[in-house]
Design a protein around this ligand. Structure first.
Ligand code: UD2
Ligand code: MN
Length: 579
Protein backbone atom coordinates (compact mmCIF):
# COMPACT_ATOMS: atom_id res chain seq x y z
CA UNK A 1 0.00 0.00 0.00
CA UNK A 2 1.48 3.36 -0.94
CA UNK A 3 2.19 5.36 2.12
CA UNK A 4 1.16 8.85 2.93
CA UNK A 5 4.55 10.37 3.19
CA UNK A 6 5.38 10.05 -0.48
CA UNK A 7 2.36 12.02 -1.60
CA UNK A 8 2.88 14.79 0.89
CA UNK A 9 4.59 17.83 -0.49
CA UNK A 10 6.93 19.73 1.74
CA UNK A 11 7.55 19.09 5.34
CA UNK A 12 4.91 17.60 7.53
CA UNK A 13 5.65 16.78 11.07
CA UNK A 14 3.47 14.50 13.03
CA UNK A 15 2.82 14.81 16.68
CA UNK A 16 2.18 12.48 19.43
CA UNK A 17 1.92 13.04 23.13
CA UNK A 18 5.48 12.05 23.81
CA UNK A 19 7.31 14.58 21.75
CA UNK A 20 4.88 17.36 20.92
CA UNK A 21 5.63 17.50 17.25
CA UNK A 22 3.29 19.55 15.18
CA UNK A 23 1.77 18.18 12.07
CA UNK A 24 0.98 20.55 9.28
CA UNK A 25 -0.57 18.47 6.58
CA UNK A 26 -0.26 19.70 3.09
CA UNK A 27 -3.74 20.50 1.91
CA UNK A 28 -2.78 20.31 -1.74
CA UNK A 29 -2.68 16.56 -1.50
CA UNK A 30 -5.76 16.18 0.62
CA UNK A 31 -7.62 13.88 -1.75
CA UNK A 32 -4.91 11.34 -2.02
CA UNK A 33 -4.56 11.33 1.71
CA UNK A 34 -8.08 11.36 2.96
CA UNK A 35 -8.66 7.69 3.34
CA UNK A 36 -5.45 6.92 5.09
CA UNK A 37 -5.50 9.65 7.69
CA UNK A 38 -6.27 9.49 11.38
CA UNK A 39 -9.79 10.75 12.27
CA UNK A 40 -8.83 14.19 13.52
CA UNK A 41 -6.91 14.89 10.37
CA UNK A 42 -9.84 13.79 8.22
CA UNK A 43 -12.13 16.21 9.99
CA UNK A 44 -9.69 18.99 9.53
CA UNK A 45 -9.35 18.33 5.84
CA UNK A 46 -13.10 18.30 5.43
CA UNK A 47 -13.12 21.80 6.82
CA UNK A 48 -14.65 20.72 10.10
CA UNK A 49 -13.14 22.92 12.77
CA UNK A 50 -11.41 20.87 15.37
CA UNK A 51 -10.26 22.54 18.53
CA UNK A 52 -6.72 21.56 17.79
CA UNK A 53 -4.52 22.16 14.79
CA UNK A 54 -2.47 19.29 16.03
CA UNK A 55 -2.88 15.84 14.62
CA UNK A 56 -1.83 13.15 17.01
CA UNK A 57 0.18 10.35 15.52
CA UNK A 58 -1.24 7.73 17.76
CA UNK A 59 -1.42 4.95 15.19
CA UNK A 60 1.12 2.19 15.47
CA UNK A 61 1.94 -0.94 13.55
CA UNK A 62 4.20 -3.92 13.99
CA UNK A 63 7.67 -3.39 12.60
CA UNK A 64 7.55 -4.19 8.91
CA UNK A 65 9.68 -7.27 8.43
CA UNK A 66 10.22 -6.38 4.81
CA UNK A 67 12.70 -8.68 3.21
CA UNK A 68 12.68 -9.01 -0.55
CA UNK A 69 15.34 -11.70 -0.28
CA UNK A 70 13.34 -14.15 1.81
CA UNK A 71 12.87 -16.44 -1.15
CA UNK A 72 16.23 -15.83 -2.80
CA UNK A 73 16.73 -16.17 -6.51
CA UNK A 74 19.39 -18.77 -6.03
CA UNK A 75 18.94 -20.77 -2.84
CA UNK A 76 22.00 -22.89 -3.63
CA UNK A 77 24.40 -20.04 -4.22
CA UNK A 78 27.44 -20.01 -1.99
CA UNK A 79 27.16 -17.83 1.09
CA UNK A 80 23.38 -17.89 0.73
CA UNK A 81 21.44 -17.35 3.97
CA UNK A 82 24.58 -15.90 5.51
CA UNK A 83 26.29 -19.25 5.65
CA UNK A 84 30.04 -19.68 5.54
CA UNK A 85 31.31 -19.98 1.99
CA UNK A 86 34.03 -22.46 1.14
CA UNK A 87 37.01 -21.74 -1.03
CA UNK A 88 37.80 -24.56 -3.47
CA UNK A 89 41.39 -25.69 -2.97
CA UNK A 90 42.44 -24.58 -6.45
CA UNK A 91 41.28 -21.04 -5.65
CA UNK A 92 43.28 -20.49 -2.50
CA UNK A 93 46.02 -18.65 -4.32
CA UNK A 94 43.44 -16.36 -5.87
CA UNK A 95 42.01 -15.62 -2.43
CA UNK A 96 45.47 -14.60 -1.28
CA UNK A 97 46.11 -12.55 -4.40
CA UNK A 98 42.94 -10.58 -4.02
CA UNK A 99 42.91 -10.23 -0.23
CA UNK A 100 44.51 -6.78 -0.24
CA UNK A 101 41.85 -5.30 -2.51
CA UNK A 102 39.70 -5.06 0.58
CA UNK A 103 41.60 -6.80 3.38
CA UNK A 104 39.00 -9.53 3.48
CA UNK A 105 38.03 -12.45 1.28
CA UNK A 106 37.27 -10.48 -1.88
CA UNK A 107 37.28 -13.64 -3.97
CA UNK A 108 34.38 -15.06 -1.95
CA UNK A 109 32.51 -11.79 -1.83
CA UNK A 110 32.46 -11.82 -5.62
CA UNK A 111 30.96 -15.33 -5.63
CA UNK A 112 28.13 -14.58 -3.20
CA UNK A 113 24.88 -13.09 -4.51
CA UNK A 114 24.72 -9.33 -4.05
CA UNK A 115 21.23 -9.76 -2.63
CA UNK A 116 21.73 -12.85 -0.49
CA UNK A 117 19.41 -13.67 2.40
CA UNK A 118 20.79 -13.58 5.93
CA UNK A 119 19.39 -15.03 9.15
CA UNK A 120 17.01 -12.82 11.12
CA UNK A 121 19.07 -12.49 14.30
CA UNK A 122 16.80 -10.10 16.18
CA UNK A 123 15.67 -10.98 19.71
CA UNK A 124 12.34 -12.81 19.52
CA UNK A 125 10.16 -9.97 20.74
CA UNK A 126 11.34 -7.60 18.02
CA UNK A 127 8.97 -8.88 15.37
CA UNK A 128 6.09 -8.15 17.75
CA UNK A 129 7.19 -4.66 18.75
CA UNK A 130 5.31 -1.70 17.33
CA UNK A 131 6.41 1.60 15.84
CA UNK A 132 4.48 4.73 14.92
CA UNK A 133 2.72 4.92 11.61
CA UNK A 134 4.27 8.17 10.50
CA UNK A 135 7.97 7.93 11.01
CA UNK A 136 10.40 10.47 9.59
CA UNK A 137 12.09 9.58 6.31
CA UNK A 138 15.78 8.94 6.09
CA UNK A 139 18.64 9.48 3.70
CA UNK A 140 21.07 6.59 3.91
CA UNK A 141 24.62 7.79 3.36
CA UNK A 142 27.44 5.46 2.35
CA UNK A 143 30.91 6.94 2.00
CA UNK A 144 33.54 4.84 0.36
CA UNK A 145 36.99 4.92 -1.09
CA UNK A 146 37.92 2.07 -3.40
CA UNK A 147 35.33 -0.26 -1.91
CA UNK A 148 35.13 -3.77 -3.37
CA UNK A 149 32.44 -3.81 -6.06
CA UNK A 150 30.41 -6.80 -4.87
CA UNK A 151 30.55 -5.65 -1.26
CA UNK A 152 29.40 -2.15 -2.08
CA UNK A 153 26.52 -3.58 -4.10
CA UNK A 154 25.53 -5.96 -1.33
CA UNK A 155 25.44 -3.02 1.08
CA UNK A 156 23.15 -1.02 -1.18
CA UNK A 157 20.88 -3.98 -1.98
CA UNK A 158 20.47 -4.82 1.67
CA UNK A 159 19.10 -1.33 2.24
CA UNK A 160 16.86 -1.42 -0.83
CA UNK A 161 15.54 -4.87 0.00
CA UNK A 162 15.01 -4.53 3.71
CA UNK A 163 13.82 -0.96 4.22
CA UNK A 164 10.21 0.22 3.95
CA UNK A 165 10.53 2.26 0.79
CA UNK A 166 8.31 5.09 2.01
CA UNK A 167 10.83 5.73 4.78
CA UNK A 168 13.82 5.51 2.49
CA UNK A 169 14.10 8.93 0.92
CA UNK A 170 17.27 8.08 -0.94
CA UNK A 171 20.59 6.35 -0.78
CA UNK A 172 23.53 8.67 -1.21
CA UNK A 173 26.80 7.13 -2.29
CA UNK A 174 29.70 9.48 -1.63
CA UNK A 175 32.74 8.43 -3.60
CA UNK A 176 35.72 9.77 -1.70
CA UNK A 177 37.92 10.06 -4.79
CA UNK A 178 38.28 6.35 -5.51
CA UNK A 179 40.89 5.34 -8.02
CA UNK A 180 39.34 2.07 -9.17
CA UNK A 181 37.88 2.21 -12.67
CA UNK A 182 34.84 0.05 -11.92
CA UNK A 183 33.69 2.56 -9.35
CA UNK A 184 33.54 5.25 -11.99
CA UNK A 185 31.40 4.59 -15.11
CA UNK A 186 30.19 1.19 -14.03
CA UNK A 187 28.64 2.31 -10.81
CA UNK A 188 26.57 5.03 -12.45
CA UNK A 189 25.23 2.60 -15.03
CA UNK A 190 24.42 -0.05 -12.46
CA UNK A 191 22.74 2.31 -10.03
CA UNK A 192 20.67 4.00 -12.72
CA UNK A 193 18.26 1.06 -12.29
CA UNK A 194 17.49 2.37 -8.83
CA UNK A 195 16.03 5.85 -8.83
CA UNK A 196 16.54 6.25 -5.10
CA UNK A 197 20.29 5.94 -5.40
CA UNK A 198 22.29 9.13 -5.89
CA UNK A 199 26.04 9.25 -6.44
CA UNK A 200 28.27 12.11 -5.34
CA UNK A 201 31.89 12.25 -6.45
CA UNK A 202 34.40 14.18 -4.42
CA UNK A 203 37.06 15.96 -6.47
CA UNK A 204 39.80 15.10 -4.07
CA UNK A 205 40.24 12.73 -1.21
CA UNK A 206 38.47 14.18 1.81
CA UNK A 207 38.47 11.33 4.30
CA UNK A 208 35.38 9.76 5.73
CA UNK A 209 34.48 12.66 7.99
CA UNK A 210 34.28 15.33 5.31
CA UNK A 211 32.83 12.76 2.89
CA UNK A 212 29.93 12.17 5.30
CA UNK A 213 29.47 15.92 5.56
CA UNK A 214 29.29 16.14 1.76
CA UNK A 215 26.58 13.48 1.76
CA UNK A 216 24.65 15.13 4.57
CA UNK A 217 24.76 18.48 2.79
CA UNK A 218 22.60 17.24 -0.08
CA UNK A 219 20.39 14.84 1.91
CA UNK A 220 16.64 15.38 1.61
CA UNK A 221 15.40 12.99 4.30
CA UNK A 222 14.42 14.06 7.82
CA UNK A 223 16.98 11.73 9.35
CA UNK A 224 20.53 10.95 8.30
CA UNK A 225 21.52 7.30 8.48
CA UNK A 226 25.24 6.69 8.05
CA UNK A 227 26.52 3.26 7.11
CA UNK A 228 29.90 1.81 6.15
CA UNK A 229 30.14 0.53 2.58
CA UNK A 230 30.70 -3.15 3.50
CA UNK A 231 27.62 -4.00 5.49
CA UNK A 232 24.40 -5.97 5.23
CA UNK A 233 21.27 -4.58 6.87
CA UNK A 234 19.13 -7.21 8.52
CA UNK A 235 15.36 -7.67 8.48
CA UNK A 236 13.42 -4.81 10.05
CA UNK A 237 16.57 -2.79 10.70
CA UNK A 238 15.31 0.67 9.84
CA UNK A 239 12.03 1.34 11.62
CA UNK A 240 13.32 0.74 15.17
CA UNK A 241 16.07 3.32 14.56
CA UNK A 242 13.70 5.92 13.15
CA UNK A 243 11.23 5.27 15.94
CA UNK A 244 13.78 6.32 18.56
CA UNK A 245 14.70 9.46 16.65
CA UNK A 246 11.01 10.19 16.24
CA UNK A 247 10.33 9.74 19.96
CA UNK A 248 13.02 12.26 20.77
CA UNK A 249 15.03 14.06 18.13
CA UNK A 250 18.02 14.18 20.43
CA UNK A 251 18.30 10.43 20.49
CA UNK A 252 20.97 9.08 18.20
CA UNK A 253 20.20 5.47 17.38
CA UNK A 254 22.74 2.81 16.46
CA UNK A 255 22.02 -0.71 15.26
CA UNK A 256 23.73 -3.69 16.84
CA UNK A 257 26.80 -4.25 14.69
CA UNK A 258 27.08 -7.92 13.80
CA UNK A 259 30.01 -9.57 12.15
CA UNK A 260 30.41 -10.60 8.55
CA UNK A 261 33.45 -12.84 8.67
CA UNK A 262 36.37 -11.46 6.67
CA UNK A 263 37.44 -15.06 5.98
CA UNK A 264 34.32 -16.97 4.94
CA UNK A 265 31.79 -14.11 4.64
CA UNK A 266 29.36 -15.81 7.04
CA UNK A 267 26.93 -13.64 8.99
CA UNK A 268 27.72 -14.08 12.68
CA UNK A 269 25.39 -12.93 15.41
CA UNK A 270 26.95 -11.14 18.36
CA UNK A 271 26.24 -11.25 22.10
CA UNK A 272 23.47 -9.14 23.55
CA UNK A 273 23.87 -6.31 26.03
CA UNK A 274 27.01 -4.79 24.55
CA UNK A 275 27.80 -1.15 25.10
CA UNK A 276 30.21 1.09 23.25
CA UNK A 277 32.82 2.50 25.61
CA UNK A 278 36.33 3.88 25.51
CA UNK A 279 39.52 3.33 27.40
CA UNK A 280 42.43 5.75 27.70
CA UNK A 281 43.80 7.16 25.46
CA UNK A 282 40.37 7.36 23.76
CA UNK A 283 40.40 3.82 22.39
CA UNK A 284 36.99 2.53 21.40
CA UNK A 285 35.86 -0.85 22.71
CA UNK A 286 32.86 -2.95 23.64
CA UNK A 287 31.83 -3.83 27.17
CA UNK A 288 29.09 -6.23 28.14
CA UNK A 289 26.58 -4.97 30.70
CA UNK A 290 26.93 -6.77 34.02
CA UNK A 291 24.33 -9.32 35.11
CA UNK A 292 23.66 -6.96 37.99
CA UNK A 293 22.79 -4.00 35.82
CA UNK A 294 20.58 -6.15 33.62
CA UNK A 295 18.68 -7.52 36.61
CA UNK A 296 18.43 -4.23 38.46
CA UNK A 297 16.95 -2.48 35.45
CA UNK A 298 14.78 -5.45 34.43
CA UNK A 299 16.33 -5.22 31.00
CA UNK A 300 15.00 -7.31 28.15
CA UNK A 301 17.30 -8.24 25.30
CA UNK A 302 15.33 -5.94 23.02
CA UNK A 303 15.62 -2.82 25.20
CA UNK A 304 17.70 0.10 23.96
CA UNK A 305 21.15 0.28 25.55
CA UNK A 306 22.57 3.66 26.43
CA UNK A 307 26.14 3.96 25.20
CA UNK A 308 28.90 6.30 26.38
CA UNK A 309 30.34 6.27 22.86
CA UNK A 310 29.32 4.90 19.50
CA UNK A 311 31.48 2.75 17.26
CA UNK A 312 31.17 5.44 14.63
CA UNK A 313 30.06 3.90 11.39
CA UNK A 314 26.40 3.08 11.70
CA UNK A 315 23.79 5.43 13.16
CA UNK A 316 20.66 7.47 12.56
CA UNK A 317 20.45 11.09 13.62
CA UNK A 318 17.83 13.77 13.05
CA UNK A 319 19.23 15.92 10.26
CA UNK A 320 18.41 19.26 11.84
CA UNK A 321 19.78 18.09 15.15
CA UNK A 322 22.99 16.95 13.46
CA UNK A 323 23.52 20.49 12.23
CA UNK A 324 22.46 22.07 15.50
CA UNK A 325 25.24 20.06 17.07
CA UNK A 326 27.64 21.51 14.54
CA UNK A 327 27.87 18.19 12.63
CA UNK A 328 31.42 16.85 12.73
CA UNK A 329 34.52 18.90 13.34
CA UNK A 330 35.52 19.33 9.67
CA UNK A 331 39.13 19.58 10.79
CA UNK A 332 39.21 15.84 11.42
CA UNK A 333 41.16 14.05 8.69
CA UNK A 334 40.61 10.80 6.82
CA UNK A 335 39.70 8.31 9.55
CA UNK A 336 39.47 7.97 13.31
CA UNK A 337 38.38 9.95 16.33
CA UNK A 338 35.16 11.31 14.82
CA UNK A 339 33.16 8.73 16.75
CA UNK A 340 34.61 10.11 20.01
CA UNK A 341 33.92 13.67 18.92
CA UNK A 342 30.30 13.13 18.02
CA UNK A 343 29.69 10.95 21.07
CA UNK A 344 31.01 13.48 23.59
CA UNK A 345 29.20 16.25 21.75
CA UNK A 346 25.90 14.41 21.76
CA UNK A 347 25.96 13.51 25.45
CA UNK A 348 27.48 16.71 26.78
CA UNK A 349 25.16 18.92 24.74
CA UNK A 350 21.87 17.33 25.72
CA UNK A 351 21.47 14.24 23.53
CA UNK A 352 21.69 10.50 23.99
CA UNK A 353 23.28 7.57 22.18
CA UNK A 354 21.50 4.24 22.14
CA UNK A 355 22.05 0.83 20.64
CA UNK A 356 18.75 -0.59 19.44
CA UNK A 357 18.87 -4.39 19.64
CA UNK A 358 15.92 -4.80 17.26
CA UNK A 359 18.00 -3.15 14.56
CA UNK A 360 20.91 -5.24 13.32
CA UNK A 361 23.49 -4.66 10.64
CA UNK A 362 26.38 -6.93 9.68
CA UNK A 363 29.76 -5.32 9.04
CA UNK A 364 33.00 -6.72 7.68
CA UNK A 365 35.67 -5.93 10.27
CA UNK A 366 38.99 -5.74 8.51
CA UNK A 367 42.43 -6.24 9.96
CA UNK A 368 43.80 -3.23 8.11
CA UNK A 369 42.49 -0.20 6.25
CA UNK A 370 42.42 -1.22 2.59
CA UNK A 371 43.04 2.34 1.40
CA UNK A 372 46.05 4.58 1.77
CA UNK A 373 46.28 7.48 4.17
CA UNK A 374 47.42 10.71 2.49
CA UNK A 375 49.58 11.29 5.56
CA UNK A 376 50.88 8.73 8.02
CA UNK A 377 48.01 6.69 9.53
CA UNK A 378 49.18 6.86 13.11
CA UNK A 379 49.83 10.60 12.94
CA UNK A 380 46.44 11.22 11.36
CA UNK A 381 44.55 9.39 14.09
CA UNK A 382 46.62 10.95 16.87
CA UNK A 383 46.04 14.41 15.54
CA UNK A 384 42.29 13.82 15.27
CA UNK A 385 42.18 12.54 18.83
CA UNK A 386 44.19 15.50 20.09
CA UNK A 387 41.63 17.85 18.54
CA UNK A 388 38.84 15.98 20.29
CA UNK A 389 40.71 15.98 23.60
CA UNK A 390 41.45 19.70 23.43
CA UNK A 391 37.84 20.64 22.74
CA UNK A 392 35.89 18.20 24.88
CA UNK A 393 37.95 16.69 27.69
CA UNK A 394 38.59 19.71 29.96
CA UNK A 395 41.11 18.80 32.69
CA UNK A 396 40.73 15.12 31.75
CA UNK A 397 42.71 15.70 28.59
CA UNK A 398 45.78 15.05 30.76
CA UNK A 399 44.70 11.41 30.94
CA UNK A 400 44.57 11.25 27.18
CA UNK A 401 48.05 12.73 26.76
CA UNK A 402 49.42 10.84 29.74
CA UNK A 403 48.52 7.47 28.25
CA UNK A 404 51.16 7.57 25.57
CA UNK A 405 50.53 10.83 23.73
CA UNK A 406 52.79 13.28 25.56
CA UNK A 407 54.70 13.87 22.33
CA UNK A 408 51.58 15.51 20.89
CA UNK A 409 51.98 18.35 23.38
CA UNK A 410 55.00 19.53 21.46
CA UNK A 411 53.08 21.61 18.98
CA UNK A 412 56.14 22.37 16.92
CA UNK A 413 56.26 18.65 16.22
CA UNK A 414 52.58 18.29 15.38
CA UNK A 415 50.13 20.94 14.26
CA UNK A 416 46.63 20.03 15.37
CA UNK A 417 45.11 22.98 13.54
CA UNK A 418 42.78 25.73 14.65
CA UNK A 419 40.16 24.91 17.25
CA UNK A 420 38.46 28.28 17.72
CA UNK A 421 35.25 27.26 15.94
CA UNK A 422 34.92 24.06 17.91
CA UNK A 423 35.49 25.75 21.25
CA UNK A 424 33.02 28.48 20.31
CA UNK A 425 30.47 25.86 19.36
CA UNK A 426 30.77 24.14 22.70
CA UNK A 427 30.15 27.46 24.43
CA UNK A 428 27.24 28.35 22.19
CA UNK A 429 25.53 25.02 22.80
CA UNK A 430 26.10 25.42 26.55
CA UNK A 431 27.37 21.89 26.75
CA UNK A 432 28.06 20.27 30.10
CA UNK A 433 31.53 19.45 31.40
CA UNK A 434 33.45 16.26 30.76
CA UNK A 435 33.22 15.59 34.49
CA UNK A 436 29.44 15.66 34.18
CA UNK A 437 29.70 13.19 31.31
CA UNK A 438 31.87 10.82 33.32
CA UNK A 439 29.66 11.06 36.41
CA UNK A 440 26.38 10.64 34.59
CA UNK A 441 26.98 8.75 31.38
CA UNK A 442 30.02 6.62 32.08
CA UNK A 443 30.28 6.31 35.87
CA UNK A 444 32.21 3.06 35.72
CA UNK A 445 35.06 4.81 33.92
CA UNK A 446 38.10 5.21 36.15
CA UNK A 447 39.58 8.63 35.55
CA UNK A 448 41.76 9.93 38.39
CA UNK A 449 43.12 13.36 37.57
CA UNK A 450 46.60 12.56 38.95
CA UNK A 451 48.62 9.35 39.11
CA UNK A 452 49.75 9.79 42.68
CA UNK A 453 49.45 12.37 45.43
CA UNK A 454 50.21 13.24 49.02
CA UNK A 455 53.53 13.23 50.85
CA UNK A 456 56.69 12.33 48.96
CA UNK A 457 58.57 10.07 51.35
CA UNK A 458 62.26 9.23 50.91
CA UNK A 459 63.16 5.77 52.16
CA UNK A 460 66.79 6.65 52.90
CA UNK A 461 66.46 9.81 54.98
CA UNK A 462 62.95 8.80 56.12
CA UNK A 463 61.72 12.35 55.63
CA UNK A 464 59.33 14.08 53.27
CA UNK A 465 59.82 16.57 50.49
CA UNK A 466 58.58 20.08 51.22
CA UNK A 467 58.44 23.40 49.49
CA UNK A 468 59.96 26.00 51.83
CA UNK A 469 60.23 29.65 50.86
CA UNK A 470 60.46 28.84 47.22
CA UNK A 471 62.94 25.98 47.44
CA UNK A 472 62.94 22.24 48.03
CA UNK A 473 63.77 20.79 51.40
CA UNK A 474 63.27 17.78 53.65
CA UNK A 475 61.09 17.81 56.70
CA UNK A 476 59.73 15.44 59.24
CA UNK A 477 56.69 13.95 57.51
CA UNK A 478 53.45 15.61 58.46
CA UNK A 479 50.33 14.86 56.47
CA UNK A 480 48.56 17.97 57.71
CA UNK A 481 51.22 20.28 56.22
CA UNK A 482 50.12 21.38 52.76
CA UNK A 483 53.69 22.39 51.94
CA UNK A 484 54.49 18.67 51.92
CA UNK A 485 51.71 17.78 49.47
CA UNK A 486 52.71 17.06 45.92
CA UNK A 487 51.05 15.52 42.90
CA UNK A 488 52.58 13.19 40.40
CA UNK A 489 50.54 14.04 37.34
CA UNK A 490 49.72 12.56 33.94
CA UNK A 491 52.18 15.05 32.53
CA UNK A 492 54.70 13.26 34.77
CA UNK A 493 55.18 16.41 36.76
CA UNK A 494 56.11 16.41 40.40
CA UNK A 495 54.18 19.49 41.28
CA UNK A 496 52.72 21.59 44.02
CA UNK A 497 50.05 23.96 42.72
CA UNK A 498 51.63 25.58 39.65
CA UNK A 499 55.20 24.85 40.60
CA UNK A 500 57.10 21.95 39.09
CA UNK A 501 60.27 20.26 40.24
CA UNK A 502 62.92 20.06 37.55
CA UNK A 503 66.62 19.61 36.95
CA UNK A 504 68.66 22.80 36.96
CA UNK A 505 69.93 23.26 33.45
CA UNK A 506 72.05 20.29 32.50
CA UNK A 507 73.52 19.97 35.96
CA UNK A 508 72.74 17.81 38.92
CA UNK A 509 71.00 20.29 41.17
CA UNK A 510 67.28 20.85 41.36
CA UNK A 511 65.14 23.83 40.52
CA UNK A 512 61.52 24.91 40.58
CA UNK A 513 59.75 26.16 37.51
CA UNK A 514 56.24 27.15 36.56
CA UNK A 515 54.58 23.99 35.23
CA UNK A 516 54.27 23.83 31.47
CA UNK A 517 52.87 20.77 29.74
CA UNK A 518 54.89 21.35 26.61
CA UNK A 519 58.29 21.23 28.35
CA UNK A 520 59.73 17.71 28.38
CA UNK A 521 62.43 18.73 30.88
CA UNK A 522 59.80 18.94 33.62
CA UNK A 523 58.91 15.26 33.33
CA UNK A 524 59.84 12.51 35.74
CA UNK A 525 59.48 8.78 35.34
CA UNK A 526 58.11 7.14 38.43
CA UNK A 527 57.00 3.56 38.96
CA UNK A 528 58.79 2.69 35.76
CA UNK A 529 57.96 -0.65 34.23
CA UNK A 530 61.56 -1.71 34.76
CA UNK A 531 60.85 -3.21 38.16
CA UNK A 532 64.38 -2.68 39.43
CA UNK A 533 63.71 1.02 39.25
CA UNK A 534 60.29 1.12 40.80
CA UNK A 535 59.86 4.12 43.07
CA UNK A 536 62.78 5.99 41.58
CA UNK A 537 62.13 9.44 40.25
CA UNK A 538 64.00 9.57 37.02
CA UNK A 539 64.56 12.85 35.26
CA UNK A 540 63.38 11.95 31.82
CA UNK A 541 65.30 14.46 29.83
CA UNK A 542 68.65 14.64 31.47
CA UNK A 543 71.27 13.25 29.12
CA UNK A 544 71.68 10.00 31.02
CA UNK A 545 68.33 9.72 32.79
CA UNK A 546 69.50 10.64 36.29
CA UNK A 547 67.70 9.75 39.48
CA UNK A 548 66.51 12.03 42.25
CA UNK A 549 68.55 11.31 45.38
CA UNK A 550 68.37 12.55 48.96
CA UNK A 551 71.74 13.40 50.56
CA UNK A 552 72.39 10.78 53.23
CA UNK A 553 73.99 13.25 55.63
CA UNK A 554 72.83 16.76 54.84
CA UNK A 555 69.22 16.42 53.66
CA UNK A 556 70.33 17.88 50.33
CA UNK A 557 68.61 16.87 47.16
CA UNK A 558 70.20 16.28 43.79
CA UNK A 559 70.40 14.17 40.66
CA UNK A 560 72.69 11.18 40.68
CA UNK A 561 73.52 8.19 38.56
CA UNK A 562 70.64 5.75 39.06
CA UNK A 563 71.29 2.88 41.46
CA UNK A 564 68.66 0.16 41.61
CA UNK A 565 69.02 -0.56 45.31
CA UNK A 566 69.87 2.76 46.96
CA UNK A 567 67.16 3.68 49.49
CA UNK A 568 68.14 7.35 49.06
CA UNK A 569 66.78 7.14 45.53
CA UNK A 570 63.48 5.57 46.54
CA UNK A 571 60.43 7.73 46.80
CA UNK A 572 56.90 6.97 47.76
CA UNK A 573 53.76 9.06 47.43
CA UNK A 574 51.05 8.59 50.05
CA UNK A 575 48.44 7.51 47.56
CA UNK A 576 48.59 5.92 44.14
CA UNK A 577 45.64 5.84 41.78
CA UNK A 578 45.16 2.86 39.54
CA UNK A 579 43.53 3.11 36.15
C1 UD2 B 1 35.16 2.32 12.48
C2 UD2 B 1 33.77 2.68 11.98
C3 UD2 B 1 33.91 3.70 10.88
C4 UD2 B 1 34.59 4.94 11.42
C5 UD2 B 1 35.93 4.53 12.02
C6 UD2 B 1 36.64 5.62 12.75
C7 UD2 B 1 32.06 0.98 12.34
C8 UD2 B 1 31.47 -0.28 11.87
N1 UD2 B 1 33.06 1.49 11.57
O1 UD2 B 1 36.11 1.83 11.57
O2 UD2 B 1 32.66 4.07 10.35
O3 UD2 B 1 33.78 5.57 12.37
O4 UD2 B 1 35.76 3.53 12.98
O5 UD2 B 1 36.84 6.73 11.99
O6 UD2 B 1 31.63 1.52 13.34
N2 UD2 B 1 36.16 5.92 4.00
C9 UD2 B 1 36.12 7.00 3.13
N3 UD2 B 1 37.24 7.79 3.02
C10 UD2 B 1 38.39 7.56 3.73
C11 UD2 B 1 38.41 6.48 4.63
C12 UD2 B 1 37.28 5.68 4.75
O7 UD2 B 1 35.10 7.24 2.48
O8 UD2 B 1 39.35 8.30 3.58
C13 UD2 B 1 34.98 5.07 4.14
C14 UD2 B 1 35.25 3.58 4.01
O9 UD2 B 1 35.22 3.17 2.67
C15 UD2 B 1 34.16 2.99 4.86
C16 UD2 B 1 33.94 4.05 5.94
O10 UD2 B 1 34.50 5.25 5.45
O11 UD2 B 1 32.96 2.80 4.16
C17 UD2 B 1 34.56 3.65 7.26
O12 UD2 B 1 35.89 3.23 7.09
P1 UD2 B 1 36.40 1.80 7.58
O13 UD2 B 1 35.43 0.76 7.22
O14 UD2 B 1 37.79 1.64 7.10
O15 UD2 B 1 36.38 2.01 9.14
P2 UD2 B 1 36.26 0.87 10.29
O16 UD2 B 1 35.06 0.04 10.06
O17 UD2 B 1 37.56 0.21 10.41
MN1 MN C 1 34.07 -0.48 8.24
Amino acid sequence: KPVKKDVLKGKEVVVNKEDKRINELDKGNADALKESLPPTAKLKLQGVPTNSTVVRNTGVHKVLALDMTQAPRDANAIGQFGQAAMVPSDKEQEVRNRWNEGHFNVYLSDQIPVDRAIPDTRPHTCSESVVHDYLPTTSVIFCFVDEVWSTLLRSVHSVLNRSPLHLLKEIILVDDFSTKEYLKDHLDVYMSQYPKVRIVRLKERQGLIRARLAGAAIAKGDVLTFLDSHIECNVGWLEPLLERVYMDRRKVACPVIEVISDKDMSYVLVDNFQRGVFKWPLVFGWSTLSEDTIKKNHMKDSDPIRCPVMAGGLFSIDKKYFYELGSYDPGLDVWGGENMEISFKIWMCGGEIEIIPCSRVGHIFRGENPYNFPKDRQKTVERNLARVAEVWLDEYKDLFYGHGYLHLLDRSFIDIGNLTDQIELRKKLECKSFKWYLDNVYPDMVAPLVKAEGLVFNRGVRKCLALQKGSLAFEKCNLSKLSQHFNYTWMRHVRQNDVCVTAQGKGTSLALQPCDNTKPQLRWLHKASNSALVEHLIAEHTPRRMCLEAGALDDSIQLKECEPTSPYQKWQFTHYHTV
